[in-house]
Design a protein around this ligand. Structure first.
Ligand SMILES: Cc1cc2nc3c(=O)[nH]c(=O)nc-3n(C[C@H](O)[C@H](O)[C@H](O)COP(=O)(O)OP(=O)(O)OC[C@H]3O[C@@H](n4cnc5c(N)ncnc54)[C@H](O)[C@@H]3O)c2cc1C
Length: 241
């Protein structure tokens, strides 16, 4: 038995074994794994082996996405069948709160390049977050003589057009977002002209709003605050001061 090693990994569960595997891939071959019982004797032995691609957490979502890709290539790399079956899964939301949770999963999946389907189609109203914020500021500065209720404006476009605009602004997203044909029972027209009572309320055209949002991501990526490639956004080459 070796008495010295550059790295000693303690515990032969999925985390320890994976650590050893990735160290070896990086060329750290002077590494040993110590297991007090036998490999996978701990929690890993009990795990049902599910690897869902939806997640609340951006970081854990990345880990899952990476794991799916890894398990797919392991048989070819090792010559061993790892019994990995890509089956997909179906979850039913039985209340509105649960549906909100699923939408959050969708958003997280989208940011890490996992394909997902929007479960409705047809035309709907899109609001640009900056417009909403500016409208809110205008409303907070107005001094009405009583309560007021307004409809918030936006761009009414079909989801297909909206997805096309995303793909135009972010070519890396092409083909990742699909839209179901079922139309939402959305009113044909929503008057929001009363909002002008507040002042000059902005309604940024949806294509400009999507392009502006993509630009924010590119800027974050250029600043090193985001891995743009994971979002389908290619960061511009850094400019010299
Ligand atoms: C019933 C059940 C179902 C689950 N289903 C899923 C699932 O479907 N999908 C999913 O992603 N996760 C699932 N999990 C969670 C998953 O199993 C764990 O998160 C994961 O296995 C933890 O791996 P680990 O390597 O950190 O720990 P472990 O697998 O517990 O490994 C730790 C290892 O360290 C060894 N050890 C401890 N102390 C020492 C020491 N002093 N010296 C040497 N060795 C030591 C132990 O013997 C053990 O082998 C499930 C868990 C359970 C219990």
């Amino acid at each position: 038995m070796k008495s010295h090693a550059r790295v000693v990994v303690i515990g032969g569960g999925v985390v320890g074994v994976s650590t050893l595997y990735h160290l070896a891939k990086l060329g750290w071959t002077d590494a040993v794994l110590l297991e007090r019982s036998e490999l996978t004797a701990g929690s890993t032995w009990h795990a049902a082996g599910l690897l869902p691609l939806f997640n609340m957490s951006y970081t854990v979502g990345q880990l899952h996405k990476y794991s799916v890709d890894l398990y797919k290539r392991l048989p070819a790399e090792t010559g061993q069948d790892v019994s990995f079956h890509v089956t997909g899964n179906l979850r039913l939301a039985t209340c509105r709160d649960r549906m909100d949770e699923y939408r959050k999963y969708c958003g997280t999946a989208n940011t890490i390049g996992v394909p997902f389907e929007i479960s409705f189609g047809g035309r709907t109203l899109f609001q640009y977050a900056e417009d909403v914020a500016k409208t809110l500021v205008l409303a907070s500065r107005s001094a009405p003589d009583g309560p007021r209720v307004f409809n918030l404006g936006g761009s009414k476009v079909s989801l297909d057009e909206w997805v096309a605009a995303i793909e135009a602004a972010v070519p890396g997203a092409a083909g990742l977002i699909t839209v179901a044909p079922t139309e939402l029972p959305f009113p044909a027209d929503i008057a929001h002209d009363r909002l002008t009572e507040l002042g000059d309320v902005p309604v940024t055209p949806y294509r400009d709003a999507i392009a502006a949002t993509a630009a924010i991501y590119r800027r974050l990526a250029a600043d090193g605050r985001l891995d743009g490639a994971q979002h389908g956004v290619v960061a511009p080459a850094p400019t010299r001061p």
